[in-house]
Design a protein. Structure first.
Length: 133
């Protein structure tokens, strides 16, 4: 049984993933309830949270809930989240009841844009390929 406890607390173990999921749920709850008053952070979606093995740092990956956000919108959104970092961290401290509240950093999640670009490239390649018929 001691082995299981060691694995759960090891860097990259189950606990950072569980804490990350709780942080994601709590931040989404704050956003959906309108607890972040800054209009710049409307339509934000928390895609994923990665927490360090020692639970001291959390990167919160966000994206716009709207398709294809303009670069100016993306910049305003990230600026608004930057201003809200202290509020979000304090609220997480009250909600999560961990020994240490993780230092949080908001990071723009460009996974959807990268996936769309890869699909475009693959489509271009398949259109350029000579037909074998």
């Amino acid at each position: 049984m001691a082995e299981r406890g060691n694995r759960a607390n090891a860097p990259g173990g189950e606990r950072p993933a569980r804490v990350g999921e709780r942080i994601r749920a709590e931040v989404m709850d704050m956003l959906l309830r309108g607890q972040l008053k800054d209009p710049a952070v409307r339509d934000v979606v928390v895609h994923e949270v990665k927490v360090s093995g020692d639970l001291r740092y959390a990167r919160i990956f966000v994206r716009s809930g709207r398709p294809d956000p303009k670069p100016a919108r993306q910049k305003a959104l990230m600026s608004g989240l930057g201003r809200a970092t202290g509020f979000v961290r304090r609220a997480l401290g009250k909600r999560l009841k961990l020994r240490y509240t993780p230092e949080i950093t908001f990071v723009w999640d460009d996974t959807a844009e990268r996936a769309a670009r890869i699909e475009e490239i693959l489509e271009d390649i398949s259109n350029e390929a000579p037909s074998g018929d």
